[in-house]
Design a protein around this ligand. Structure first.
Ligand SMILES: Nc1ncnc2c1ncn2[C@@H]1O[C@H](COP(=O)(O)OP(=O)(O)OP(=O)(O)O)[C@@H](O)[C@H]1O
Length: 128
């Protein structure tokens, strides 16, 4: 009985994960910014590994920026579905969602500079 329940929960979880993966694939296909952010995440993570810098803050920042880009894509889709007319509330929703990505990206850039900057400067001999 209990194992049946666990199997059902796992199947539900896998089904939800499938929908989520479809959302990631759609965003990657349609949003150039998301592709750039994925590329930046790969480069920053590889640099952290190569320079033996802390990986956790880099991964956390990448997850935050990519998640907010996914939410931004969702907001754009909902707004476009709701109206094709120009509307002040539609503008506010899209601008605020885009601003969330911008704020997270600036934060991620600053964290990247703080975490990766010193080991990079040491590597090129500009930091003792
Ligand atoms: N229906 C609308 N009503 C009012 N303003 C809108 C509407 N649709 C878009 N805008 C304005 O135009 C801006 C750009 O909208 P758009 O949907 O092109 O977003 P985008 O960030 O360029 O999307 P994408 O990344 O998919 O190209 C919005 O941030 C908003 O200011």
């Amino acid at each position: 009985m209990r194992s049946d329940g666990s199997a059902l929960s796992l199947r539900r979880w896998l089904r939800s994960a499938g929908f989520a993966w479809a959302g990631i694939k759609h965003t990657y296909r349609t949003q150039a910014n998301f592709r750039i952010e994925v590329g930046a995440a790969v480069v920053a993570s590889a640099l952290a590994l190569a320079l033996h810098a802390p990986l956790a803050p880099i991964l956390l920042c990448c997850a935050l920026v990519l998640s907010l880009e996914l939410v931004n894509t969702a907001v754009e889709a909902i707004v476009d579905h709701a109206t094709s007319d120009f509307h002040e509330l539609a503008r506010i929703a899209k601008d605020a969602a885009a601003a969330a990505v911008l704020v997270a990206s600036i934060g991620a850039l600053l964290v990247g500079l703080v975490v990766l900057g010193p080991p990079l400067l040491k590597l090129v001999g500009l930091w003792r």
